[in-house]
Write a protein that binds this ligand. Sequence first.
Ligand code: AMP
Ligand code: MG
Length: 341
Amino acid sequence: MTNMADDQMGPAIEAVAAACRVARSVQQDAGVRQITKDDRSPVTVADFAVQAIVAIALRDAMRDVLIVGEEHAGMLRQPEHEAVRRAVVEAVRMILPDATEDVVVDAIDACDHDGTAERFWTLDPIDGTKGFLRGQQYAIALARIEGGRVVLGVMGCPNLSADHGRPFDDPDAVGVIYAAFDGGGCRQLSADKPDGEAQPVSTLSGDTVFEPGATVRVCGSVESAHSKHTDTERVSAHLGLAVEYARLDSQCKYAVVARGQADAYLRMPTRKDYVEKIWDHAAGSIIAAEAGAVVTDVSGAPLDFGRGRRLEANRGVVCAASSAHPMIIRAIDELGIAAAV
Ligand code: AMP
Ligand code: MG
């Protein structure tokens, strides 16, 4: 690893590992406090606390840190959300015992970069909040973007087991962290020992031949509003393949492809007007790509992280082992799915 990557990777892994501990502890609380955002999606104490912890950790470790974070503290500042605000500060104090309410709320709001700088970070503090609330999979996803490309990604998956045999809906007691940087490969760490031994991660299935009648292992969203599952079925039927479909929340799906447990993660657009957010894909995409997968949108174009807070140039996502990616893109094209979005 180069020194440059080390200078950023070390603090990024440390911040994500601390955030995993806090998220796990909040998830184990009976009745996680939450607020419903304007778009009707939920935000919890863990989303706010993790955003504060990671922002403070990065700013303490390096200079000139710009962060595009998913959350804002606007609602948290309102008097009716005082109980949530207090719970957030209490959660942050697990890691930063002296943190005051002002420091915490300001740290959340400081993650308001618009994604137009040459170099910045992007953070989804709790990706898959619905999975988090169901006690299932979620991810803490942190990535660095330079010149419109992801150059470093760290993703904490507190409920994902290192054991591929374990069902996704059975939360693990330890969890895993994936880390990758441009040209440096992908590795897996134990979430409770992030400075312990790293395991190299690879899709390994790069030379699998998918002949008609074979089975393709695909993963996708739990939420039907986030991916059009009928289009996934159309793609596998078009290829003459049987599909073994696993549904799990969050960018953990990229890790599942990275570690060779699935051949593909398909995110098939459900609406013409939905544009993917950079924090939903930055960390996961470099983790999968550095493990040997190919990551594009449904038309086969690379994801362009140089367009601000959203992936304005892309629609949907196809992340697949190198052996599976070309045939999936071809099937999507032949079915006219990409042209329809
Ligand atoms: P997943 O856990 O893979 O289903 O993805 C969760 C993410 O989906 C959330 O963080 C949202 O930002 C994002 N999301 C919300 N609405 C949509 C939509 N209509 N299509 C795709 N993604 C969405
Ligand atoms: Mg998200």
